[in-house]
Design a protein around this ligand. Structure first.
Ligand SMILES: [Zn+2]
Length: 84
């Protein structure tokens, strides 16, 4: 397979969704092709970052505080954002 045929399959390859023979072809190509190896590495790290973001980035207690703040009285906007 050529680079153009391999690259659209990186996603499924990463998730283990490819048929065994296709996955083998991708694996062999990655072992032989420096450019695709780099591309795949980049994709894997992007997937890691994106999936990491799906986890709650804010602890529940902080969310509670934000909700309470939103439900509470509006801050005095004329004083701006300076600490009082
Ligand atoms: Zn390639």
């Amino acid at each position: 397979m050529t680079c153009d045929q391999i690259r659209p399959r990186f996603d499924d390859y990463h998730d283990g969704l490819l048929a065994a023979d296709v996955a083998d072809a991708v694996k062999n190509h990655l072992a032989a092709c420096e450019t695709c190896k780099e591309e795949y590495g980049l994709l894997v790290s992007c997937i890691g970052v994106i999936r990491g973001l799906e986890a709650p980035a804010v602890p529940p207690r902080a969310l509670r505080n934000i909700v309470d703040t939103l439900n509470g009285p509006l801050p005095d906007l004329e004083r701006g954002l300076e600490p009082s």
